[in-house]
Design a binder for this molecule. Sequence first.
Ligand SMILES: Cc1ncc(C[n+]2csc(CCOP(=O)(O)OP(=O)(O)O)c2C)c(N)n1
Ligand code: SF4
Ligand SMILES: [Mg+2]
Length: 282
Amino acid sequence: MEPKDFDSSDPVAWCPGCGNFGIQGALKTALARLGRDPRDILLVSGIGQAAKSPHYVKAGFFNGLHGRSLPAAAAAKMVNRDLTVIVTTGDGDCYGEGGNHFIHNLRRNVDITVIVHDNQIYGLTKGQASPTSQPGMKTRIQPAGVAAAPFPPLETALTLGCGFVARGYSAEKDHLAELILAGIAHKGFSLIDVFQPCVSFNKLNTYDWFTKRVYKVGADHDAADRAAATRLAEERERLPIGVIYSKEGPSYGELSGTDALEPPARASVEGIDIGPALADFR
Ligand SMILES: Cc1ncc(C[n+]2csc(CCOP(=O)(O)OP(=O)(O)O)c2C)c(N)n1
Ligand code: SF4
Ligand SMILES: [Mg+2]
């Protein structure tokens, strides 16, 4: 398959030069390499610039409320485990409005892949600080600069036992495509936080800013070593990209026993009388 097999006809409403284009390209490349029918792929998103991604890919999609993509994605995977379920979300959507879902889905370990377009800003609503904005960054509603410490996604995921923690950069498309494939191959919750320059509203974390700091994790990094992974996640001067941590543990489907049952999506609905259930609502 080719990346163009996943092109959709929707006109793209992102600013020219936006880092989202790099992530989009990497996602289509990863899906082409995966080789599954677009109907076997479900993209799930909430609200934001990042959350528009599923509109621009030919695959199944569910576009829900701001911050609420993870429960919808987890539910879809539980009722139809044949689907490849991928969440495309923003730093505000996933770590702010959806922060509670992020924490509890990390601990549940449902087999989904979560790609966070981390532009360190609220892009769609025109440039307010997000949970990952850098202290000191001035915005129109933080004129004196962001005061709070940023939310650390990689460290949070590691602390909560996430079995696949990775970081990518939208300008490193092929590298990112391989991270997405590795996240899909990992059985359990996979987090891929992606540096994504917002050229319109984040004038601090630019392509130039990232290019000076980002480096690829070397082959000598043992991704199964949690202590080594934590040291990488804590780096702030130089910014490692790659698989930071990878170790499989039991997924929610195995722990809850649902993997041993027929998926509800395949169960026959013939002969089921929903009359008594509906009567409750009369
Ligand atoms: C419950 C709720 N609160 C606030 C909003 C307004 N809102 C829409 S998108 C957004 C922020 C999006 O930021 P992010 O997730 O980082 O996505 P980006 O646009 O940067 O890709 C906000 C606050 C909303 N739609 N719903
Ligand atoms: S506002 Fe920022 S994140 Fe949104 S499309 Fe434009 S450059 Fe991209
Ligand atoms: Mg954002």
